[in-house]
Design a protein around this ligand. Structure first.
Ligand SMILES: N[C@@H](CCC(=O)N[C@@H](CS)C(=O)NCC(=O)O)C(=O)O
Length: 208
């Protein structure tokens, strides 16, 4: 049980799923107890709440456990969404969710194979990278004529997806910034330089 009636967040700084949850929770100004963990030594209290053992995990004061990053984002935005990251328009909402699904279920496995190409010696690294580039191209086709994925305003789509694009870019920064994906580069850079990103990347001591 939590003494001070705040939600508890189990998080790992560099995990893109935990990053997207922290983005929404920080933007929504939810005060919480941050418990920084390392993946190779997960605390028992986290595993008791969520046996699947992935971060992020959010435990609400009344005991409800939310252990999927997108659900944590949606919970936070239902509490407070001052700039309408979740649009009113239901067609836009459907498009956002479809784009996030594409990112999580098509792009993310490609990103992992690109990042750890040495563990998948069936193909050279460039093969995995070019598979991931299909999604980057899709995002670039949007971002070459607008500032955000859904238009001129930031939405849930940007914040749910951008931590994974950052990871893709950081596998080989020189290559990424030498490509013609200028829209994605600009979008990523403005995200990395934003106050919100700096806030969510603040370092926390390990929780014990
Ligand atoms: N579908 C989950 C995925 C979360 C996830 O896979 N997180 C990774 C870290 S980035 C993790 O905790 N992996 C467990 C481990 O490495 O032991 C979500 O969206 O929250």
């Amino acid at each position: 049980m939590n003494d001070n009636n705040q939600p508890i967040l189990y998080s790992f700084r560099r995990c893109p799923y935990a990053m997207r949850a922290r983005l929404a929770l920080t933007y929504a100004e939810i005060s919480l107890e941050h418990r920084e963990i390392i993946l190779r030594n997960k605390p028992q209290s986290m595993l008791s709440a969520s046996p699947k053992g992935t971060v992020p995990v959010l435990i609400l004061p009344e005991g409800k456990v939310i252990d999927e990053s997108l659900d944590i984002m949606l919970w936070a935005l239902a509490v407070n969404d001052p700039q309408h990251w979740v649009p009113e328009n239901s067609a836009d909402k459907t498009e956002i969710m479809a784009l996030i699904q594409k990112s999580d279920f098509d792009f993310k496995p490609q990103l992992d194979r690109y990042k750890y190409a040495d563990r998948h010696p069936e193909h050279p690294m460039e093969y995995y990278r070019s598979q991931g580039e299909l999604f980057i191209e899709l995002l670039n086709s949007k971002l070459s004529h607008q500032n955000y994925l859904m238009g001129q305003k930031v939405t849930l789509a940007d914040m749910a997806i951008v931590p994974f694009i950052r990871q893709f870019a950081h596998v080989d920064r020189d290559w990424f910034y030498s490509t013609s994906y200028k829209g994605v580069q600009k979008w990523l850079t403005s995200f990395i330089e934003s106050e919100l990103f700096l806030q969510i990347m603040a370092k926390h001591p390990l929780w014990e």
